[in-house]
Ligand binder design. Structure first.
Ligand SMILES: *[C@@H]1O[C@H](CO)[C@@H](O)[C@H](O)[C@H]1NC(C)=O
Ligand SMILES: *[C@@H]1O[C@H](CO)[C@@H](O)[C@H](O)[C@H]1NC(C)=O
Length: 465
């Protein structure tokens, strides 16, 4: 190359390198809106894995489309509490469809049939599909059904695939593997990593042994956290694939977000969790991953629940008042966590005025007294028969989220720093977990590389579901 050409070539190379560096920097540290499509949220796990592929951590729930009908089968549990031999198949069904159901059992290698009856839960929120239970009597010549499926009687199949495992074959009374299990319903496009780790660490301080997460999709960072806690034995991730069968709404009403079924299929997921842990856990808590029920006079749930049982008598369902925490005054994250995506709950210490009414509580239940539940309570038995509202001075729920009452002025907010006594214990552990998951640089990088932290609130808004 001649000298002028070489010079020109070099010059072009410098410009190219500069542009590449700029692009890389923006992609890694710039705001999400510049490269939204380069940060795709992974698609739901495939329903059926090919042979030889490893199973994802946790038990597999494989939802199946019922044959010849608009019913999706979620899971099957033997029901021992109604004085007859029967299996409950949890389903999501088109409410307007009338189907006569055939239950097909696999019994010691033989196929056996019975007629199933369907009960659609009343909390369908006017969506076309609703959570349903199909009750299948176990035929008398079937000693012990291992698997089941449900088909339409109008569309009989000689040899349907009998692919739902029948669980809860043996009721367990007093020796539970877990004292407290928490069911988080439907994790969808989730990326609030810091709050998730803080929440899981607090739950362990409270005495929770198991956290069940119904997951559709999340960021890769979230997946690392879930893998970590799955390995530790705390978390069970259940792939939640309902969106492969139906258009799931992002809201609780069809006019707010059209779809076939309510809020990502949250209710059938919670319903499955209740039955899945019915004989494994003394108590099951049904609250979201941005909520924490904190005792006020004692530290842990292990200490709290004996007190509740004593104070509220034989009722075995407890309602905890919801308090919404949102505040942007002390928004600085602990400096170690500066670069970790998500909300730092320790910076949210003001709660909104508390309103009573629908949805203003979450429950913890003895799962064995419950037949059907809903997001904020129970359907059968009803709340008033089965549940006690816990005095807020004994325990209440801390719900760290976007404001529910954005118009409220600061003087109407109430300071409550109960979370800090848990934070004092979980802060070092959270840092360790983040580091082990590769989400913290071991040696702090120079400040030029920190993500613009100007408005944490804007970040929080983006993270909110
Ligand atoms: C539960 O325990 C009681 C005694 O504690 C026993 O009589 C009963 O049969 C048990 N129920 C089940 C379903 O195992
Ligand atoms: C459950 O609680 C009991 C009584 O507090 C305790 O002895 C036991 O170790 C707890 N089990 C688990 C799995 O934490």
């Amino acid at each position: 190359m001649s000298a002028p050409r070489l010079k020109k070539f070099r010059w072009k190379m410098y410009v190219t390198i500069l542009i590449v560096i700029l692009l890389l920097w923006t992609y890694t540290y710039g705001p999400d809106w510049i490269f939204p499509s380069l940060n795709p949220v992974p698609l739901p796990e495939p329903l059926h894995r090919g042979p030889g592929q490893p199973a994802p951590p946790g038990h597999q729930v494989s939802l199946v489309a019922g044959k010849g009908m608009k019913t999706i089968l979620v899971s099957a549990y033997q029901e021992h509490r109604r004085g007859k031999r029967e299996v409950r198949v949890i389903a999501v069904a088109l409410r307007s469809e009338t189907v006569e159901y055939h239950c097909v059992f696999s019994c010691e290698g033989q196929l056996r049939k019975s007629e199933g009856s369907r009960y659609v839960h009343s909390d369908h929120f006017d969506f076309a599909y609703g959570t349903a239970d199909i009750m299948c009597p176990i035929p008398s010549d079937c000693e012990s059904p291992s698997h089941i499926t449900v088909t339409s009687k109008a569309d009989p199949e000689e040899k349907p695939e009998v692919d739902l495992e029948v669980k809860n074959k043996k009721p367990e009374n007093d020796s539970f593997h877990y004292n407290f299990t928490v069911c988080f319903s439907t994790m969808y496009e989730y990326k609030n990593v810091l709050q998730l780790v803080q929440n899981l660490e607090t739950l362990q301080l409270l005495g929770v042994n198991r956290v069940v997460i119904y997951k559709t999709s999340s960021s890769p960072e979230t997946q690392r956290i879930l893998d970590y806690y799955t390995r530790k034995g705390l978390v069970e991730v259940i792939p939640w694939t309902l969106s492969k069968f139906l258009k799931v709404s992002r809201s609780w009403r069809p006019e707010r977000s059209p779809g076939d079924t309510h809020y990502f299929g949250q209710i059938p997921a919670l319903h499955d969790c209740l039955y899945r842990y019915m004989y494994q856990s003394r108590y099951v808590a049904l609250h979201d991953n941005d909520e924490l029920i904190l005792p006020q006079k004692v530290f842990s749930w292990s200490e709290l629940f004996p007190l509740l049982e004593k104070k509220y008598g034989p009722k075995q369902c407890f309602m905890f008042e919801n308090n919404v925490f949102e505040n942007d005054k002390f928004n600085k994250k602990v400096s170690d966590w500066q670069n970790v995506p998500g909300v730092d709950i320790l910076t949210r210490l003001y709660h909104e005025p508390v309103h009573s009414g629908y949805g203003n509580f979450k429950i913890v239940v003895n799962p064995r007294v419950v037949f059907t539940l809903t997001v904020h309570g129970l359907l059968d038995p009803g709340i008033s028969e089965a549940c006690s509202f816990v005095d807020r001075n004994i325990a209440r729920m801390y719900h760290t989220r976007l404001p529910k009452q954005p118009g409220v002025t600061r003087d109407k907010l109430t300071y409550d720093d109960r979370l800090l006594s848990y934070g004092a214990r979980f802060t070092p552990t959270v840092t360790t977990v983040l580091r082990e998951c590769g989400l913290l640089q071991k040696d702090r990088t120079p400040t030029t590389l920190t993500r613009p932290t100007g408005s944490d609130r804007v970040q929080a808004e983006k993270i909110r579901k």
